[in-house]
Each structure stands twice: as C-alpha cells, then as structure tokens.
Write a protein that binds this ligand. Structure first.
Ligand SMILES: [Zn+2]
Ligand SMILES: [Zn+2]
Length: 230
C-alpha cells in the first residue's frame, strides 16, 4: 500500500465535490486511448461488455456530481431472516467522474515508468459501492444482511456506506468477489472484475491508504492499464 497523492498525484475532492472521494481511479495509457474521452469510452465499455456493468436504471438517479453511472444488478439474492419483505438482491453501483477533471486540466498525468522513462496516462474516477437493489423499498441499507450489511469482518464498521458498501463495491469491481467469494451474474457467469484485464492488457492495481483529509473513504485503488508488452 502506498501513500496517497504523491506517486499518483490524485486530485482533491473539491475538483468535483462528490459526497464521497472517488474510491477507484482509472489511469489509461495514452498508447491505448488518445484522449480522456477515449479512455472513458474504453474503460466503461470494457466494464459493460466484460462484466455487465451498464446503465439500466430506467429512471432518474441522483448523479451526486457524477457524469454518468452504471450498475450490475440481481446479485447474491438473500432470502434469510424472518421478514420476507427484507429479502433482496444486490446492485454493484458505480458513478463515473470525468468532466470536471478535464475542465481543471487534471485529466492526464505523467508517471515515472519502471525503466525510469515517463509514461502518459489519461485518467478519470469512479465511486463504487455494493448495496440493496435500487428497486427494493429498503434500498440502499439492510443492516443485518450477511452480504451487504454489518457482518463478519465488517461487523464493527462505523458507517454502513463508507465502512461496508464502498469497500465491498471496490472488492467486487476489482476482483469479482464479495467477502472473498466469487460472485455470479444472474445468468451464472462470474462477474470477474477488472483483474480479468490482465489477460489482454498490462494491468496494475495499486491499493492506496486514503490518508488525506479530503479522502472520506476507507479503501482506495488506482488501476493502471497499458498495452500488453509495454
Ligand atoms: Zn447506489
Ligand atoms: Zn444485502
């Protein structure tokens, strides 16, 4: 785990004023995408095609300062507990942030490469979480759910959103797992997650300690994507 804001020059939350600091940052090498626009299309398109994460809400959702959003629904249906009205499936929900970064010139960054040269990346951010399905009357919180609630290693979490839903969403997005177990899509295929990209691209996932005061999250990752063989 590395220190924030130094190596990756992560922008301040005030750039776009979302309620939560975005917990996943996509850095797409300029040999894969010639602009930030192309990087956003590439990455959100990959997540839609490979993992089924798409905007199928069909109704207005609060953007919370984001530029677009998407989800993967119907996950891990829970039918435990005594109250059937609390039975629910889950959404992986992500909001994407890119326009404000572009407007403030923070949409690309040059990093030192492994061999000492410099590598140019286009970047944008996401805020991802795992929650009770959007359509469920109890959306987004059911506290005692073994999947999305304060259970297991998350039993002592302070906030259900920042302490449980966000770290679970990041785990599922990156690795295709919830609490270490592989999650299947409603059609039975695995979610897979961003780590699948290592089969086709040079992929590096860096977990960062969100120590800066504006980083009101508990887990943070930078995803570096480059062409294979770079
Ligand atoms: Zn949500
Ligand atoms: Zn749940």
């Amino acid at each position: 785990m590395s220190e924030p804001a130094t190596q990756f020059e992560l922008p301040s939350r005030s750039v776009f004023e979302p309620p939560s600091y975005p917990n996943v940052w996509f850095y797409v090498h300029d040999r894969l995408a010639a602009s930030q626009d192309a990087a956003v299309s590439f990455m959100t398109g990959w997540l839609r095609e490979q993992c089924g994460i798409t905007d199928d809400f069909g109704h207005w959702k609060p953007p919370e300062a984001s530029d677009s959003q998407a989800r993967l629904g119907g996950l891990q249906p829970w039918q435990g507990g005594t109250d059937p009205t609390l039975h629910h499936a889950h959404d992986l929900h992500i909001r994407y942030y890119y326009v404000a970064l572009r407007q403030t010139g923070k949409h690309h960054v040059t990093l030192r490469g492994a061999e000492g040269g410099s590598e140019r990346y286009h970047r944008f951010a996401g805020s991802v979480h795992y929650e009770v399905a959007d359509e469920h009357p109890a959306h987004p919180y059911i506290d005692d759910c073994p999947y999305c609630g304060r259970a297991g290693s998350y039993a002592g979490a302070d906030g259900l959103f920042a302490g449980v839903h966000e770290p679970l969403g990041l785990e599922l997005l990156l690795y295709g797992t919830i609490r270490g177990e592989a999650v299947a899509r409603p059609d039975g295929r695995p979610v897979g997650g961003v780590q699948l990209m290592k089969e086709t691209h040079a992929l590096h996932i860096e977990r960062i300690r969100p120590a800066r005061p504006d980083m009101n999250i508990v887990d943070l990752a930078v995803v570096l994507i480059g062409p294979r063989g770079s």
